[in-house]
Design a protein around this ligand. Structure first.
Ligand SMILES: [Zn+2]
Ligand SMILES: [Zn+2]
Length: 76
């Protein structure tokens, strides 16, 4: 269900917001959600507790399974 894994310790990360911290090693990351087709950053659409991803470039909804997540470590 959750495709995001901490690169430092392999714990599952919460991918629903733009920034997350690892529950296990406390590392902080910025999350970019990228379109699998055009590699542009996706818009997060929040609805009923779920998050949908929309590509403004392709003008289409991207299924969460297809989203390419990119993690950038954030300095503490
Ligand atoms: Zn970790
Ligand atoms: Zn796209």
């Amino acid at each position: 269900m959750n495709p995001l894994i901490c690169p430092a310790c392999s714990a599952a990360l919460d991918s629903r917001s733009r920034e997350t911290s690892c529950p296990q090693c406390q590392a902080r990351y910025q999350i970019r959600a990228l379109c699998p087709t055009c590699a542009q950053e996706l818009e997060r659409l929040k609805a009923c507790g779920a998050v949908d991803y929309f590509c403004n470039h392709c003008n289409s909804l991207i299924s969460k399974r297809a989203v390419q997540f990119e993690l950038t470590p954030v300095e503490a």
